[in-house]
Every structure is written in C-alpha cells, then in structure tokens.
Design a protein around this ligand. Structure first.
Ligand code: HMG
Ligand code: MG
Length: 283
C-alpha cells in the first residue's frame, strides 16, 4: 500500500472539549501552533456552541485570534446553528462543520433536537457557508452504536450522510462516538454509506474506548477512505456521550499508517512535542 493518507487533527476541539479544568486560551494557542508546525493540513481548534453546554469551548474566538496561521493550513470550527456560524466567520475560521447524529437519542442529548430538526437547523448554515465560499464539513455521530439507543442500523447512518451530502458538505466524517465499534460492524456500516457517497468524500472518526480504533481505520482503508480524524495525545471524549474515551491518538494513527506503507507527511518529532503538550493539559 502506498499514497498519502491525511490525519485531520481534532485534538484542540474534540480532545479538549471534555476536560474539566478550564484551560487558558494561551495553552490552547501553544498547542495549535505546535500542531501547525507538525504538518497538518486541517486542524479543528474551535467550537461555537453554547458555553452553557460546553464551557471549555467558550474561548474559541480568542484561540482563533491568537494562533499563528501557517500558510495552507485550514483552521476549522464546529457551528451547530447560524449564531455559531456568524461567530466563526467573525473569528476568521477557514472552514466550518455541522454535526448531526445517526441516532435520535444522541441527537437529542447533544444538540437538543431530533435528527430531522437538526438537519433543518444545519441547512441555512450550509447555505450561508457555501454562499461565502467557506467549505462545510459534516459529522455523523453514533455510526455504530449510541449510548442511549444501542446498536444503530447502517441504513440510518447512510440517510444522514446523504442529507449532509445534499447540503453541500465537501466531506462527511463518520463518528464512532463511544468507541465501541467492532471492525465487522464498521465494515457493514461503510458498505451502506458507500451506496450514497464516494470513499474520497468520507473520513473516519474513531474514539478508542474499546481499543479497536486502529483496526477500524484499517477496515476503512480497505473500503477506500483516506482521511482519519485523531487527537494528539489521545485526548478527548464528548460530554454528551457518557463513557466515551478519547479520540484515537494521532501519533498512534501516524505510526500505524506509516507501518502499513502510507505517507502522512507529518513531522514525527514535532508531533511528539505536541503530544507531550496535550497530555500536560489534562486535568
Ligand atoms: P438549545 O438549548 O436547544 O438552543 O441548544 P437555544 O437556541 O434555545 O439556545 C440555548 C442557549 O444557548 C441560549 O442562551 C442561546 O443564546 C445559546 P441563553 O438564552 O440560555 O443564555 N446559544 C449559543 N451560544 C453560543 N453559541 C451558539 C449558540 N446557540 C445557542 N452557537 C445548541 C442548542 C446546539 C446550541 C446546544 O445544544 C449546544 O451548544 N450543544 C453543544 C453540543 C456540543 O458541542 N457537543 C460536542 C461536540 S459534538 C462531538 O463531540 C461529536 C463529534 O466529535 C463526532 C463524534 O465523535 O461522534 C463531532
Ligand atoms: Mg468525536
């Protein structure tokens, strides 16, 4: 196997959003700046959600204002609604993401809306972004299992993926939010999703609760996916997904990809520095 595989770094957002300690913006900025030097093309470092729901992300505008923007790197932000989108534009996010769920239980717990309601909220965000030439990424959570509803049918995932595709998302990231997915289940889910969208427009987003994230990445590679979300230092979790461990660690994904013969174009020395910074930020 050969070729470039991109790791989409989500540590400063997904990695940190669940930390109990209110981390000063200066520490987050230092982490993002280190990641910029490691060679990532996309770094998710902000989330314009309600500060009552996710207090840790309240400093997102400050973080985007303080980072040193490396040429060619896209600094991404989550935007659940128009208010979040306007704030992201004000803060000069390079791209935005709308985030839905394949299961009703998680959708309700995470964004206080049914799946159908959430898609209606996302539509104006996607329209506004596309009108301004801002790339919009889509997330689908609970693509295998939901902490509230249990096993999720692959067809339910495919339906939400199709809706996000129709809104103009340039890529849809498939989230094993609670990290319980077994490779067989991930493979069956991908088979259904690939009926709606090509592999080149998908990303895998694996949390590592069950220790199967790297195996799930291999299964996804076999299905043609070439983008994987990961968090440096293995930080993370979602406040509305009880029991979910961190994202798969970026450095572990990079090592596995290199061992499989893929090129991540990352500087492993700088990556190790970033991982140390990230781990030191843990409460
Ligand atoms: P809501 O309560 O339904 O909406 O929240 P609302 O419109 O009634 O607003 C409630 C309050 O939030 C109001 O303030 C609004 O002004 C404020 P109040 O009047 O009570 O003082 N508000 C906002 N403030 C700042 N920025 C905004 C904004 N919107 C409303 N954009 C909402 C709906 C979506 C806002 C809420 O449910 C929320 O913020 N949820 C956050 C969920 C979240 O961030 N989860 C973690 C990220 S998703 C994830 O981690 C999964 C992922 O990694 C993939 C995977 O692993 O599966 C992506
Ligand atoms: Mg996540």
């Amino acid at each position: 196997m050969s070729g470039y595989v991109e790791i989409f770094e989500v540590g400063p957002r997904d990695g940190l959003q669940n930390e109990a300690r209110q981390i000063p913006a200066s520490e987050k900025i230092a982490l993002v700046d280190c990641l910029s030097r490691a060679g990532f093309r996309r770094i998710e470092c902000a989330s314009f959600v309600s500060p009552k729901w996710v207090p840790q992300m309240a400093s997102s505008a400050e973080v985007l204002a303080g980072i040193t923007r490396a040429p060619g790197v896209s600094y991404a932000a989550l935007t659940p609604n128009m208010r979040g989108f306007d704030a992201a534009m004000e803060a000069r996010a390079d791209e935005v993401a709308i985030f839905g769920s394949a299961s009703e239980g998680f959708s309700r717990a995470n964004i206080n809306a049914s799946i159908a309601e959430s898609l209606e909220r996302f539509r104006p965000v996607a329209e506004a972004a596309l009108a301004r030439g801002v790339p919009v990424r889509g997330y689908v959570s609970c693509v295998v299992e939901c902490p509230y509803d249990g096993v999720v049918a692959p067809e339910a995932v495919a339906r939400v993926v199709a809706a996000l595709r129709d809104m103009g998302c340039y890529e849809v990231s498939l989230g094993d939010t609670i990290g319980r997915g077994a490779p067989e289940a991930v493979d069956a889910m991908l088979a259904a999703v690939l009926g709606e969208i090509e592999a080149g427009k998908l990303a895998g987003h694996f949390h590592d609760t069950g220790g199967r994230a790297l195996d799930n990445i291999e299964v996804s590679l076999g299905r043609g996916l070439r983008v994987f979300d990961a968090a440096v230092g293995g930080l993370g979790g979602c406040p509305y997904a009880p029991g979910a461990a961190g994202n798969v660690a970026t450095e572990a994904v990079a090592a596995r990809l290199e061992a499989l013969g893929y090129d991540t174009e990352l500087d492993t020395g700088v990556l190790a520095e970033a991982a140390a910074l990230a781990r030191a930020m843990r409460a």
